[in-house]
Design a protein around this ligand. Structure first.
Ligand SMILES: [Zn+2]
Length: 316
């Protein structure tokens, strides 16, 4: 297994007049990647420029960031050619690592635009090194710039930032500093390709919680009628659990429920309904073992909601 740490530079429309801005808001113009073995030593590098075909003028944001001219990309190859070589470089057994979730998303959007088959059917597991950095060194929620991470870990800054290869290289350096197995257990899922069938649905147990990502449903109602979506099992022992608080929604966007496992105690579940690009609905459910104070908080939310309803009824 190899880690493929990569970074992209992309260009966007100058005035959004092109027809393609919706399908391809960001055209990839540079790919840089570093291959690491399981010991996270660098065993290969990849760096290519891509000759743009959709946006011929460089957006000022891109220009400022990467300090290059459009003519610099004339020597580049086509996206299709570069991806063919990139596929050879990554091999068969790999895990992607990127700084933040956007690069993997936009790479796949470019692949779809240029009719290149997806990496795999369904969600792709990857390391979001920006997230891992926050979990390992900060508060888990803050998202820092790559340069911040590099400075924080006193990694020598021997090449300039904001070019695809250098950013991949620095991301690899930050990634190599993270050794805690509990942090490394926390990979992310890219959902550009959602599960297309029940079989492709994601069910993962992470340290401290479990995650389920459903296939797509026609609408909210059919999602909320699905047994798997509503089911509550203890993710540690797989036993069915006693329902303590039935599913309810504090705001119409997410749903909460609490159960009790004889062995592991209170289990809180949260369903988030999300809209896919095709305007379908999919569900992300997280389940976690919680203590009594957390259960009280959920109860309070439910009571508050009931009171609001009562008031509404009386005011009619
Ligand atoms: Zn249990």
């Amino acid at each position: 297994m190899n880690y493929i740490v990569f970074d992209l530079e992309w260009n966007q429309s100058v005035d959004a007049t092109e027809e393609d801005t919706k399908q391809l808001p960001f055209e990839v113009i540079e790919i840089g990647a570093v291959k690491l073995n399981v010991a996270r030593e660098i065993t290969g590098t990849f760096h290519r420029l891509i000759k743009p075909v959709v946006y011929q003028e460089m957006n000022h944001v891109t220009k400022k960031l990467i300090q290059m001219q459009m003519t610099d990309f004339d020597q580049g190859d086509s996206f299709v050619q570069v991806m063919e070589d990139f596929f050879k470089f990554i091999g068969k057994d790999y895990m992607f690592c990127t700084w933040g979730p956007l690069d993997l998303m936009e790479l796949q959007r470019n692949m779809r635009y240029f009719h290149i088959p997806a990496f795999q059917n369904g969600p792709l597991a990857f390391y979001d090194v920006q997230k891992l950095f926050s979990i390992a060194y900060e508060d888990k929620k803050t998202r820092r710039s790559l340069e911040y991470g590099v400075d924080y870990l006193s990694i020598p800054k021997d090449i300039p930032f904001h070019r695809a290869y250098s950013d991949a290289y620095y991301t690899a350096k930050v990634f190599s500093e993270i050794h805690d197995p509990l942090v490394l257990a926390l990979h992310s899922y890219d959902l550009f390709e959602l599960p297309k069938s029940k079989k492709q649905e994601v069910k993962m147990v992470f340290p401290g919680y479990a995650k389920y990502i459903s296939r797509e449903f026609e609408d909210k109602t059919s999602a909320l009628e699905d047994r798997e979506v509503l089911s509550m099992k203890c993710y540690l022992c797989r036993h069915n659990i006693k329902r303590k608080i039935r599913w309810f929604t504090p705001n119409g966007k997410h749903y909460l429920s609490v159960g009790f496992c004889e062995i592991h105690g209170y289990v809180k579940a949260k369903i988030r309904l999300k809209k896919s690009e095709q305007n379908m609905i999919y569900v992300v459910k997280t389940v976690k073992i919680v203590d009594e104070t957390e259960v009280e908080k959920v109860k309070e939310k439910q009571n508050h909601l009931r009171e609001l309803r009562r008031e509404k009824r009386h005011s009619k």
